[in-house]
Write a protein that binds this ligand. Structure first.
Ligand code: PXL
Length: 271
């Protein structure tokens, strides 16, 4: 089986983080592995407030040794890293093992929280990891952080941001606006390969239950690359995958609801 790994946080509620990644890898028929950077919890006694518990540096390194040296892997995605040492260890292993298919999901915020987790950490992610990435998958907020563009409120500004982010080292940039551009009647995402822009449009899915959507998209792109697809084809298939998943979204409780990555079996996108 094709091996793939995620370096990411664990979401105890199961919808985002490495749980979303593993579920997605499974749907693509891949063998998934995980290096846990942190554990995210949510407090039912305090309005689902998030707690973040980083995994000790030694434990993270031991997981990376297991995966990169012990098992061997050619495709890797990273999600929420959370600490400077997780950023540095990710850089070290992706570069030492010359990982070609490295998908950087520059997770800087959780849903419902607009503040950057840590601006200095975001800077470190940009500096150390963008140059290694086959593709980086920011949302509008993260694209702003990676590019220094303040208000990305149009496709033109998305293009400007994509150019800057590519200039900072990413081979491909996929900015996900979803339906967040003002007045958007469709979801518009932008793929930039350093010379050409592709706008990828899809219908807006009206739901509040989108927990883990960003994680799922970047995991699906990594999975497509692992299966040998081109960047463009991997992105287009990942969009189909997330649309299927969001069409099956559901509430876990009054605060949160994920998509359903098993939903695409009905349509057998790989058949
Ligand atoms: O969706 C962003 C995200 C990524 N990784 C982990 C998370 C979340 C949001 O809750 O918990 C581990």
């Amino acid at each position: 089986m094709i091996r793939i790994a995620t370096i990411a946080g664990s979401d105890a509620s199961g919808g985002a983080g490495l749980e979303a990644d593993l579920k997605t890898f499974e749907e693509y028929g891949l063998y998934g592995m995980t290096a846990v950077t942190l554990i995210a919890t949510m407090d039912p006694n305090n309005n689902w407030e998030h707690g973040v518990f980083p995994v000790d540096e030694k434990i993270l390194k031991a997981q990376l040794e297991t995966i990169f040296k012990g098992v061997g892997v050619t495709s890797v995605k990273s999600g929420m890293l959370g600490t400077f040492y997780a950023v540095e260890l990710t850089r070290e292993y992706i570069s030492t093992y010359k990982i070609k298919n490295y998908v950087l999901d520059p997770v800087m915020v959780c849903k419902g929280n607009d503040d950057a987790l840590n601006p200095e950490l975001n800077h470190s992610i940009a500096k150390k990891l963008l140059p290694l990435a086959k593709i980086v998958t920011p949302n509008l907020f993260e694209a702003g952080q990676l590019s220094g563009e303040k208000e990305i409120l149009s496709v033109e500004r998305m293009k400007e941001a994509a150019k800057i982010i590519a200039g900072n080292g990413a081979a491909n940039v996929f900015i996900k606006s979803g339906s967040r551009l003002p007045g958007a009647t469709e979801a518009i995402d932008l793929l930039y390969d350093g010379s050409n822009f592709e706008l990828i449009k899809s219908p807006v899915i009206k739901t509040n239950w989108t927990h883990g959507a960003g994680c799922t998209v970047s995991a699906a792109i990594a999975a497509g690359l692992a299966r040998g697809l081109s960047v463009y084809d991997a992105v287009v298939l990942a969009k189909k995958f997330i649309i299927q998943s969001l069409n099956g979204c559901f509430a876990l409780n009054k605060w949160v609801g994920p998509g359903n990555p098993t939903n695409w079996r009905k349509n057998n996108l790989f058949a």
